[in-house]
Design a protein around this ligand. Structure first.
Ligand code: TYM
Length: 338
């Protein structure tokens, strides 16, 4: 089993990232068997596909490293690194650009959402972004890729690219790439904005009130939960009663994800009660669950040297692990290299 996943180091780590992805990274790392390996990385190369500030990207990369370690990623058991220190990601992307089709990329919903009506004005990187994402996982022969629901389409594209490359350039008994499987948690795969139950919780939402950041202090968390958009009805006693109530479903799902109780059990407890009772309970649960993470984060983020060292060591390991696949790709394509 080879587990590979990444996160963009832009903005803060929020509840959607944590419940949709990072928590599963930690679980997979902790349950890893002998011979398996986990690689987790900061997708700093992906971050340059949208307008950004270089000085901020640098500090955000270190901060996100601290956040991942605070969540439980252990750099002595998992390979933790940033893409920019492993040139094989960019190299493999270029090699895969020959296999990826324009039509496939044109269908990506993230491209359509981010580009909006202004496709002509977007960077080539934003369009080619999913090919880099394919390179990220194919480079390491990933078998499992733990992500939130919003990354499913990108992972399907990675499989399509791998399949076409193997068909076009490798023999059936010696494929160059492994087809990666997305691992999307059955619960909490899509945490929604606290201001709009139809939009996903996202770092790029201009409203800070739309998301809970893992480093938010207790007062901020309570305030955001209390101000979260809801409807005037009390909570239903059964899950079917949440249909058509996106905001209520989102808050109950978050409660369920942190307690490990099913949605049905949460409603068994709170059904018939209004949000005046549920929101404080949810707020306290979040404060209690996130306190140890944010305390560790505040401590770790101070030590820039330690964070640099973690990334340097992880990158050296990642370069070694990726080398055979990169070499095999060049060879399969008939490219001459010294
Ligand atoms: P990014 O940085 O947007 O998000 C990191 C992870 O968090 C998940 N996520 C969510 N899950 C549930 N609810 C939400 N509201 C929510 N928001 C974010 C994402 O699904 C993701 O798993 N392109 C990727 C980064 C990437 C990557 C990769 C991932 C680059 N290369 C290779 C996997 C494999 C991204 O921008 O994720």
């Amino acid at each position: 089993m080879r587990v590979v996943s990444g996160i963009q180091p832009t903005g803060n780590l929020h509840l959607g990232n944590y419940l949709g992805a990072i928590r599963n990274w930690v679980r997979m790392q902790d349950e890893m068997e002998e011979g398996s390996q986990c690689l987790f990385f900061l997708a700093d190369l992906h971050a340059i596909s949208m307008p950004y500030d270089p000085a901020e990207l640098k500090s955000a990369t270190l901060e996100m490293t601290a956040a991942l370690v605070a969540c439980g990623i252990d750099p002595s058991r998992s390979v933790l690194f940033n893409q920019a220190q492993v040139p094989a990601h960019s190299e493999l992307q270029w090699l895969l650009n020959g296999t990826a089709r324009m039509g496939w990329l044109n269908r990506m919903t993230q491209w359509k959402d981010k580009a909006g009506k202004n496709r002509e004005g977007q960077s080539v990187a934003l369009f080619a972004y999913p090919v880099l994402q394919a390179a990220d996982v194919l480079l390491y022969q990933a078998t499992h890729v733990p992500v939130g629901e919003d990354q499913k389409q990108h992972l399907e594209l990675a499989r399509d690219i791998a399949q076409k490359f193997n068909n076009d350039f490798a023999s059936d008994d010696a494929p160059v790439f492994t087809l990666p499987d997305p691992y999307i948690p059955p619960e909490a795969a899509r945490i929604m904005s606290l201001r709009d139950g139809t939009a996903k919780m996202s770092k790029s939402d201009p409203s800070e009130m739309s998301r809970i950041n893992l480093a938010d202090d207790a007062d901020t968390i309570m305030k955001k939960v209390k101000k979260a958009k809801t409807d005037p009805e009390p909570l239903p006693s059964e899950a079917a009663g949440l249909e058509g109530r996106a905001e209520a479903l989102n808050l109950v799902s978050i409660y369920s994800a942190f307690t490990g109780k099913s949605v049905a059990d949460v409603l068994g407890e709170f059904g018939g009660q209004g949000f005046g009772a549920f929101k404080p309970a949810l707020g306290e649960l979040l404060v209690e669950s996130l306190a140890p993470i944010s305390a560790r984060f505040r401590e770790l983020r101070q030590d820039r040297e330690a964070l640099d060292a973690i990334l340097a060591r992880g990158a050296a390991q990642a370069r070694d692990i990726g080398t055979p696949t990169l070499n095999a790709t060049y060879q399969a394509l008939g490219l001459v290299r010294g």
